[in-house]
Design a binder for this molecule. Sequence first.
Ligand code: GYE
Length: 369
Amino acid sequence: MKKKIALLLVSAMTVSGLVACGNSAAEEAPAAATEEAAPAEEEAAPAEEEASAEEEASAEEAAPAADGELIKVGFAQVGHESDWRAANTKNYQDTFSEANGYELSFVDCDNDHAVQIETVRGFIEQELDYICIAPIQSAGWDTVLQEAQDAGIDVLIVDRAVDADESLYTTALGCDMVAEGEAAGNWLAEYLNGEDAKILVIEGSVGASATLGRTEGFNNIVAQNSNWEVLDSQSGDFTQAGGQEVMESFIKSYSDFNVVVCQNDNEAYGAMDAMDAAGITYGVDGDVIIISFDATHDGLQYTLDGKITCNVECNPLQAGFAEEVIKKLVAGETVDKWTLVEDEAFVAPGIESAYAVTMSQEVLDGRAY
Ligand code: GYE
C-alpha cells in the first residue's frame, strides 16, 4: 500500500504535463471551461505597457494571480471509474490551467480512501494554497481535515459530501444526490401509474455520498408506494464491469422483475449487456424499465433511443464553481458554505413527464459532456 501511495504522489503533476486519465469519454468532453477568460495579460505587447489604470484593473480581475504567481491548487480526485468522472477531471484540468493562473496538482486516487487521505496529507506538506477533495467515501475525514485547518489551508469538498463537521472545511459544492434519487422515484410512480414494481438496484460505490443519497432519495418514494418491492440492491462500484457483474447475478437469482435502477450510466451499459446476453428486453418497447443517473452524452443517446427510459442528470462541469470560490477567497471575501450544482432529468421520446424533459436530438446535440 505504502508503495502505491508514494507512486501516486510522485505522479502528481501540474496540469500542463497531464494526459487525461484513461477513458475514451474524456476525449468527447468539450473544453467548455477554456472558453472562459484566458487572461490576455501575459501576452500583452510591450507597447501596451502604459495601459491605463482601468485596463490594469480589469486584467487583475481576469487573472486571479495578477502578481504573476500561480495559485497552487491540489485536487484529490476519486479515480477514473466512469464517463462522468472523466468529464469532471477534464473540466478541472481545463479550468485550473496555467493560462488561467493556476498550478494544479492532480491526483487520481483510484477509488482508494487510504490513498486519498495520504494525497491530502501530501498537499498539506507541499503547502498548497487550496485543496479540493472529491471524497471517495463520506466517512473518515475528521483527522486530515483538522490537519489542513491547522496548516491554514482552505479545503473545498467537491462533487460528493463528507459527514465531518462543516467547521472543518471552507466550503462544499455539488449536486443534491437525495433529490436525484427522489426525482427517479417520482418519475417512476408517474410512469407506472399504479402498476406494481419489482425493482432491482445496482448501487454506486459503497459509502460514497452519491450512492447513499440516491439510495435514500429513491427509497423515500418506494416507501410511498405499497405495491413496489425492492428485490435486491447491490454495489456495481459505478463501473460498467461492476454493473454487468451485478446484473448477471441478479438474473440468476430473480426471474420476475420489471425495473432496474442503475446509479450511474456506466453501470447501465453493463446491465444492458447482461440483459442482452440473457435475452431480456428493456426500454420503452421491452419488459424492463431502466432508470439511470448522470445523463452523460452516451447515456442520453441510450435515452433518446428508448433503451434507458429515464436518466437523471448530475452535472460534472463543476470546476467553474470551485474557481469562483477560490477567486473570492483570494480576494478576501466570504464564501457560501454550500453551493448547489443544479441538474434535471430526461425521459425517452414519447413520454411526457412533470419531473423530466423529453429527450430529443436537439437536447443530445446540446450536451456538453
Ligand atoms: O454519478 C458516477 C461517478 O460522484 C456524482 O461518481 C459522482 C458519481 C457519478 O463515478 O458516475
